[in-house]
Write a protein that binds this ligand. Sequence first.
Ligand SMILES: Cc1ncc(COP(=O)(O)O)c(C=O)c1O
Length: 432
Amino acid sequence: MALLAQRIAALGTENAFKVGGDIAQAQALGQDVIKFNLGEPDFDSAPHINLVGCEEINSGNSHYCDPAGLPAFRESIARFAGELRGMDFDPEQIVVTPGAKPPIGYSMLSYINAGDEVVYPSPGFPIYESFITFVGAIARPLHLREEKGFAFSAEDLEPLLSEKTKLIIINSPSNPTGGVLSPDDLSQIATVIREKCSPDVRVFSDEVYDQILFDGETHHTIANLEGMAERTIIGSGHSKAYAMTGWRLGFAILPTVEEARIFKQLNINLVSCVPPFVQLAGKEAYDNPESTQVVAHMNAEFQIRRDIVVEGLNAIDGVSCQTPRGAFYVFPNIGGVCESIGALEAHQKLDDSIRSKTSPSTLVQMYLIYRHGVATMDRRSFGAIGSESMHFLRLSIATDLESLKTGVERMRTAFSDRDGFARFVAEGKYLY
Ligand SMILES: Cc1ncc(COP(=O)(O)O)c(C=O)c1O
């Protein structure tokens, strides 16, 4: 009898949490590491939000509460999320979760049987692929292309749809690319879904970056297009816009009240409820007009950093970097560097047992952390299936401007040192 259940072998992970270990090791070896790996704002949650959380705890509001979420908070979500999307939501369609992550797994558990197909963006948030394999579904990665600004169109989606398709995941603005789907893209995507998929096929629209958009753009959701509200689960939350990652606050808006009851039941089984003081701090974030300034200030900072980093990266030989339109990441193509520095060749020459666990961009990622003190994330961390010939890194711009400039300079130096890279690989220590 084996110790572990078989399903555990199919569960993936989020490497952003693993890189922390590599950073600690590199630091122990004497590197000072600039962190481009973080998927969270480098701002703190705002004082008016913190105050409500503290006051609620101090007044004793620290007990179990409604597993679907406090009715007053769900009303705020219905109002705020509805205004942002030009839609009307019933609070009974909403379930509050500990972060925007649980609605991803809840959707897989609620709608997917083994053998069903799930279409999802790749590169995409790693939990999509992790949960798809965990529930025994067939992964249908929709490979996002640099030349389309990492958006996709109905023509890209259509060939992936089949009679077995059960769930289609959309993420705009996107992690890790910063790509944004335009209203026109969304409208054509909705048309193809309406035409090709049965009404029981669900769309999971991950909109956790719904307030982080640049150049004056506004948020658009597939859910408010004809026939789509009844098929779409919207996932979002407070982690990104309000810098509340550690508070663990998110929510799902389900197409029907009956489906919301399933998510509530999953909450009951897994977490019981989200702490009431956290929810009331989240309500304050939505209700207090001061939040508008706080979010606008953070976005303006991200936009300044984006412009500097994209320019800096594009000035490095062998790197090409699109300008993201939302979220706080840039996703440069380092194919030229993988070639010039010898990463393609080095990867080919690795032992089979190691080669399958790494990739040329992983080798570059590890070389950057251990030899040049820059922590980035490789392409494989955002969906490994079918990503073999794709050579990218993700850099978070949620780091102060000076560190960003220094980090880009370090990358330029690293990428011109073919011998240093060869020595790093020959040492064979940190290859994945
Ligand atoms: C696309 C996407 N969805 C969901 C999440 C999860 O957010 P949370 O930390 O609120 O669970 C993240 C976090 O990085 C994300 O990037």
